[in-house]
Design a protein around this ligand. Structure first.
Ligand code: SF4
Length: 485
């Protein structure tokens, strides 16, 4: 994107920021030794992965009650005069004023300035800003960006208010990432702001994220010598390791390969580590000796293999942060995809939340894989299973959201909840539209499902060959595999 266009976008963000309704203002201390002054709650890895159930929360913001239409927006501002360091403005009620059990839509808009801050640092700023909540005593955090969902435990309510939460986000980021010189925040909470939040998300946040994500997509796995690993989520999924590659963004949607690289370079002894690629064992599925070795070590010697672009064969383990999931449907030998916003039933007879409960915890669940919203945008998306031609079912809204990334010729052949949910109906639908996956069926009539091993199990070598052959058939149809392969 041209510099002029970026400047125009920055001006527009500032205009929207200035035009927000006026709220109550709190000035947090900005001296280094007073950054956390007044913050009453504890922040640290021991609070990661908190799950707070219905009846246990004092406050819920974002999440399914609002169809995941709340937003946590972090922006890098390049003009120091635009930011009043430590200024936190709350538009809406504060936590102590809200009755227990309330659910509200919200937006956190956090801005940072630093002379050396570059747009490539957005991931790392996001990581450390989120930590004030993800690792914050009493908070549950799920998802990211415009699918965010937070709950505050009743028993911790007395330690919290939004002003100090904003202060803690900025303070934590300044401490963890000293390039940050200034930070300010606006926190918008309340039903009356729901449309405003939607509008800002559409017109301000999404274009900003698209620009940053497009830069991350400029690299592909072949362009780099090393991938990165992340083990932040081991605090609640003990053996989980994410492989972060240009074509394989991790589940949480927070970190890209560029972000992981920056994190590693700034803190080589932190949660992010290098994964030299080593020898490529499978260029289609994405299996590398170097990745396997590091995953084995970092997963407490639990998993020996990871096939990066597959959800069937040795997929990455799932921690629990994923924004969407992919699952095998044996009756049609295809893959379904479902995101958190969809609350209905899937063709495997479970809702997203049941599926997520089953997949989480750091196991290697062959046939199931977590995803961030960025994952299906990758050029290597599930190529180890046949790519988009293996996808047979998605919720309607999720499909619309990903429309520009789904190959045109397959778009109408992917069923939604309006076409079929029961696997029998799904099978009929796929036959009727001549979905490519039917080419894997016996005489185009009967699926011959794979024998998927149990969680943490190993594939029978013959069955693994069969799985790879099926992927090859579909890739060949897409012209993604030379006929001689
Ligand atoms: S999902 Fe993966 S990349 Fe994201 S924080 Fe957890 S371990 Fe790190």
């Amino acid at each position: 994107m041209a510099k002029k266009e970026e400047d125009e976008m920055a001006k527009e963000r500032q205009r929207v920021w200035d035009s927000l309704p006026k709220g109550r203002v709190y000035q947090a201390p900005t001296e280094l030794d007073r950054l956390f002054e007044g913050v009453k709650y504890d922040i640290g890895p021991k609070w990661y992965g908190e799950r707070i159930r219905k009846g246990e929360y004092a406050l819920e913001v974002g999440g399914p009650k609002f169809n995941y239409t709340s937003t946590w927006f972090i922006e890098i501002v390049h003009d120091p005069d635009r930011i009043q360091d430590g200024r936190i403005e709350l538009i809406g009620p504060d936590i102590p004023e809200i009755p227990d059990g309330t659910s509200l839509p919200f937006m956190f808009w956090i801005r940072y300035y630093g002379e050396n801050l570059e747009d490539d640092f957005l991931d790392i700023l996001t990581r450390w800003t989120y930590m004030a909540v993800e690792g914050g005593e009493g908070w549950m955090l799920l998802n990211t960006r415009d699918t965010i969902w937070l709950r505050l435990r009743k028993t911790a309510k007395h330690k919290h208010d939004f002003f100090h939460l904003g202060q803690a986000m900025i303070a934590n980021t300044k401490i963890m990432f000293p390039y940050v010189e200034k930070g300010d925040a606006k926190i918008i909470v309340g039903n009356e702001y729901r449309d405003l939040i939607k509008e800002i998300t559409q017109n301000v946040c999404i274009p900003y994220w698209e620009r940053i994500d497009a830069r991350a997509r400029e690299f592909s796995d072949e362009d780099v010598d090393t991938f990165y690993g992340c083990a932040v989520c081991q605090t609640f999924a003990p053996n989980h390791v994410c492989v972060v590659a240009p074509d394989r963004p991790p589940y949480c949607g927070i970190i890209t390969w560029i972000g992981a690289k920056v994190m590693y370079e700034l803190d080589p002894y932190g949660y992010t580590f290098i994964m030299p690629k080593g020898e490529c064992l499978d260029p289609i599925g994405g299996e590398y000796t170097g990745v396997n070795e590091v995953v084995y070590q970092k997963s407490n010697r639990s998993y020996k293999r990871v096939v990066m672009y597959s959800s069937l064969l040795y997929p990455q383990t799932n921690c629990g942060c994923f924004e969407a999931g992919i699952f095998y449907i044996p009756e049609v030998d295809g893959l379904g995809m479902v995101d958190r916003r969809y609350t209905g039933m899937t063709p495997i007879g479970v809702t997203f939340s049941k599926l997520a409960g089953f997949m989480s915890g750091g196991m290697q669940n062959h046939g199931y894989c977590g995803m961030s919203f960025r994952t299906p945008r990758s050029r290597k998306f599930m190529v180890g299973d046949g790519g988009w031609y293996r996808i047979v079912w998605m919720p309607k809204e999720y499909k619309q959201m990903l429309a520009e990334f789904i190959p045109e010729e397959i778009y109408d052949k992917i069923a939604t909840e309006d076409d079929a949910i029961d696997p029998k109906d799904l099978k009929e639908f796929l036959k009727k539209v001549e979905h490519p996956v039917t080419k894997l069926w016996r005489n185009g009539e009967e699926a011959e499902p794979l024998k998927i091993p149990p969680p943490n199990g190993e594939w029978d070598p013959e069955e693994e060959k069969r799985a790879k052959e099926k992927a090859r058939v579909l890739l060949e149809m897409q012209g993604k595999l030379p006929k001689s392969e």
